[in-house]
Write a protein that binds this ligand. Structure first.
Ligand code: PLP
Length: 451
C-alpha cells in the first residue's frame, strides 16, 4: 500500500505501509489514514509534520515520568556501550541484582522475590505458572484452576488470554488452557454512574468467588488473578470493600491472590503499587510498563518469600528449581533504564505529585458530566474513564471517532485512548493543571463534533 495523501501524515509517499502487520489495530482503516508519532519529549508527542500532541495516555499507560527523560536516556546509552547483553540463565550481571533489590524494597512487605520478564503478558503467564508450581511443590498438585474476572485483561499470552475476561480476545482460542473460570466484573453502571473514586456499591461481587469455590472445591483452585483497578477494559474502579473481601475469601480457602499491576504499578494511583493504595497485599504481583518508564521492554513478577522458598526448596540441590525464563529476562538495558527511572521517581517525587494532582484531575474530568454522549465518568489516581452512549448498530465507533478528533484537533491535539465506547485517560504523572484542563477541553470539543 502506498499513501495517497502522504502529507496528511507527514510521511514520504515512498513509504510502504503494507508489510507491518500492526498489533491490536484495525490495519486496513489505520493504513488508509495513518496517525504517526515520530518524536516525544516530556508531556508531548510530535507527528512527522511537526504537530505537537498532548499525551493523555502516557503512551500505553507506561511513560509515567514523561518522555525522553535525560537520566534514563543517558543510562541506556551508557549501558549499551558497556554491556549490551548478557545471558541470565546460570549467569548474571550486577544490574539485575540491583534492579531486583530496588523493586523488592519498594514493594509491599513480604513481596520480596523478583522474577524479570519483558512484558505484562509474560508477567501474567509467569505468575500463573508460579502459582501452579507452588502448589505442586507444596504437595497439593490438584490446585491448578485459575480464577480470573470478566473484563479482566492480563495480556495476550495463553495463560493471560484464558484467565482474562475479554470475550473478543478469547473467542478464537477456546480452552487452550484447561481449568479457568471467572467471577463477574465489578462494573455496575446503574448504581455507580459518575462515582468519584471508588464506587459505593458492589463489594458483594467478591462473593462470586465463594460460589466458584463451592463449585470447583478449593482443593482444585490455585489462584485468583485480578487487576486491582482494571484499565484496558475501560477503567473499572473496584467498589469500596471489594478487594478486601476478595483477599479474605482467598485466605479462608488458602487460594493465592495475584494482582496484575501492569498499569497500576509505579505511581499511577499516587502510591508505588495499588496494593499500597488499597492496603490489600496479594501473594504474587505482576508489573511491567512504568517499571522503567517503558524505555526498554520489561516486566516483573513479585512473589512472597514463602512462595519462592517453597518452589526453590522442593527441587534437589544443584537442579534448576523453576524451569522458566526468557532470553531477555533482566536485559542489561532494561535494568539500566529501571534503575534510572526509579531514581527519577524518587528525585522528582513523582508518585507524590500524582497523589497531589489526583483530586484536580478528578474535578476537571467530572466537568464533562453533561457533555454530549457521556453516560458515565470514573476516576482513580491519574486514571480516568469516560463512557459514551454506544451509537445504535455501531458499538465502539463513537469512541474511535472521538479519539481521532482529539488527535487531529486543530489547536490543542491530544492523545486519548479508546476501548469499546470508553475513552481512557492515563497521562504521564508530570502533567500540569493547565494540561489537564487542555486535555478535558479537547475531549469536550471532540465529543461535541461527532454524531
Ligand atoms: N496486564 C494488564 C493489566 C495490562 O493492562 C496489560 C497491558 O495493557 C497487560 C497485562 C499486557 O502487557 P503487555 O502489553 O506489556 O504484554
Amino acid at each position: 500500500m502506498k499513501l495517497e495523501n502522504p502529507n496528511a501524515a507527514g510521511l514520504s509517499a515512498e513509504l510502504s505501509l503494507a508489510e507491518w502487520w500492526m498489533p491490536f489495530t484495525a490495519n486496513r482503516s489505520f493504513k488508509d489514514a495513518p496517525r504517526i508519532l515520530s518524536r516525544a519529549e516530556g508531556m508531548h508527542y510530535w507527528t512527522p509534520d511537526g504537530r505537537r500532541i498532548l499525551d493523555g495516555t502516557a503512551g500505553l499507560w507506561c511513560v509515567n515520568a514523561g518522555h525522553a527523560r535525560q537520566p534514563i536516556v543517558e543510562a541506556i546509552q551508557r549501558q549499551a556501550a558497556t554491556l549490551d547483553y548478557a545471558p541470565t540463565f546460570n549467569l548474571a550481571h550486577p544490574l539485575a541484582f540491583e534492579a531486583a533489590t530496588v523493586i523488592a524494597r519498594m514493594a509491599p512487605a513480604g513481596l520480596d522475590r523478583v522474577f524479570f520478564t519483558n512484558s505484562g503478558s509474560e508477567s501474567a503467564d509467569t505468575a500463573i505458572k508460579m502459582a501452579i508450581a507452588y502448589w505442586r511443590a507444596k504437595g497439593e498438585p490438584s490446585r491448578r484452576i485459575i480464577i480470573g474476572r470478566e473484563r479482566g485483561y492480563h495480556g495476550v499470552n495463553i495463560g493471560g488470554t484464558m484467565a482474562g475476561g475479554i470475550p473478543g480476545n478469547r473467542k478464537h482460542f477456546p480452552a487452550m488452557m484447561a481449568g479457568v473460570d471467572h467471577i463477574r466484573a465489578t462494573h455496575d453502571l446503574a448504581r455507580n454512574a459518575f462515582s468519584r473514586g471508588q464506587p459505593a456499591h458492589g463489594a458483594e461481587f467478591a462473593d462470586e468467588l465463594e460460589r466458584l469455590v463451592t463449585f470447583h472445591d478449593a482443593s482444585n483452585i490455585a489462584a485468583v488473578i485480578v487487576e486491582p483497578m482494571a484499565g484496558s477494559a475501560g477503567v473499572l474502579v473496584p467498589p469500596q470493600g471489594y478487594l478486601e473481601k476478595l483477599r479474605a475469601i482467598c485466605d479462608k480457602h488458602g487460594i493465592l491472590l495475584i494482582f496484575d499491576e501492569v498499569i497500576t504499578g509505579f505511581g499511577r494511583l499516587g502510591t508505588p503499587f495499588a496494593a499500597h493504595y488499597f492496603n490489600v497485599v496479594p501473594d504474587l504481583l505482576t508489573c511491567a510498563k512504568a517499571i522503567n518508564n517503558a524505555a526498554v521492554p520489561m516486566g516483573a513478577v513479585l512473589a512472597r518469600t514463602a512462595i519462592h522458598d517453597t518452589i526453590i526448596n522442593a527441587a534437589p540441590a544443584g537442579q534448576i528449581e523453576f524451569l522458566h525464563g526468557y532470553t531477555y529476562s533482566a536485559h542489561p538495558l532494561a535494568c539500566a533504564a529501571l534503575l534510572a527511572t526509579q531514581q527519577l521517581y524518587v528525585d522528582e517525587g513523582i508518585f507524590e505529585r500524582a497523589r497531589t494532582m489526583a483530586p484536580r484531575f478528578e474535578a476537571a474530568l467530572h466537568t464533562l458530566k453533561g457533555a454530549r454522549h457521556v453516560i458515565d465518568i470514573r476516576n482513580l489516581g491519574l486514571v480516568g474513564g469516560i463512557e459514551l452512549e454506544p451509537r445504535a448498530g455501531a458499538a465502539g465507533r463513537r469512541a474511535l471517532e472521538a479519539h481521532v478528533k482529539c488527535f487531529t484537533h486543530e489547536k490543542t491535539p491530544a492523545l486519548v485512548r479508546f476501548t469499546g465506547d470508553i475513552l481512557a485517560l492515563s497521562p504521564p504523572l508530570i502533567i500540569s493543571e493547565d494540561q489537564i484542563a487542555q486535555l478535558v477541553d479537547t475531549i469536550r470539543a471532540a465529543l461535541q463534533s461527532i454524531e
